[in-house]
Design a protein around this ligand. Structure first.
Ligand SMILES: Cc1cc2nc3c(=O)[nH]c(=O)nc-3n(C[C@H](O)[C@H](O)[C@H](O)COP(=O)(O)O)c2cc1C
Length: 214
């Protein structure tokens, strides 16, 4: 899949160009107030095409990033590449669990077929800078969430998964991750078969501490 940059979203602003610091939008607030992921079992075709994918990645990359290091990069799996990566997953699983039953290996082969588009967000912390690694990793997390938001705003549904293969050295090698690179998430994007249910949300009273004024 060639990633094309589409004009679906406005072109990036000119460097240094000013804009209003606020963008009041009740619809966006309502969206955030309802926002949720779509369980992987509810994802189906169609997914973003090449142009939409290019636009999504460009939007996802507009995140806070201390030091302008861009401490992340993307791995795109679409079309037949998803089944090819499934073969890699199954082979690795068999190496880890030599007596793995055929149905488990079949599930590994089909792992990336659950969504039409899977984007791996790689956290690539830059060394030799005064920006703490933690902050660089947080920026990669912001990319993951921004990608989810952009996908939903484009009419798609998605979910941020890691699963076992995000933490496996053999898979990291197969993906070509360099030393210091880690998977922040595999963002699965497609069309929702059904309305995603709400899940439990935190009791904010237990999580918020207001610092006393006196
Ligand atoms: C870093 C990260 C990794 C995650 N990995 C998984 C996973 O491997 N499997 C899973 O079922 N959910 C995983 N989740 C949870 C889902 O992405 C999602 O957060 C949850 O289903 C509901 O989130 P929502 O608030 O967007 O609805 C992960 C979340 C994060 C932030």
């Amino acid at each position: 899949m060639e990633i094309a940059m589409s004009m679906l979203v406005p072109p990036p602003p000119v460097l240094g160009q000013k804009m209003s610091p606020t963008w009041p939008d009740p619809r966006f607030l309502a969206f955030l107030g309802q926002r949720r992921s779509t369980p992987i079992a509810l994802l189906a075709e169609p997914g973003p095409d090449s142009g939409e994918t290019g636009a999504l990645l460009r939007l996802a990359a507009r995140v806070p990033d201390h030091g302008k290091l861009f401490p992340w990069r993307f791995l795109v799996f679409a079309g037949a590449a998803r089944a090819r990566f499934g073969e890699v997953l199954a082979a690795r699983w068999l190496a880890l669990v030599p007596d793995a039953p055929p149905e488990i290996l079949a599930a590994e082969r089909a792992r990336f077929l659950r969504a039409p588009l899977v984007v791996g967000v790689v956290s690539r912390s830059v060394s030799g800078t005064k920006i703490p690694e933690w902050e660089q990793q947080l920026s990669a997390g912001a990319v993951c969430f921004n990608l989810l938001l952009a996908a939903q705003a484009m009419g798609y549904a998605g979910v941020w998964l890691t699963e076992w293969y995000a933490y496996d050295d053999g898979i990291a090698q197969a993906l070509g991750l360099a030393a210091g690179e880690r998977i922040a998430g595999f963002i699965h994007i497609g069309t929702a078969r059904d309305a995603p249910p709400e899940r439990e949300r935190p009791d904010m009273g237990k999580l918020v501490h207001v610092w006393p004024e006196t």
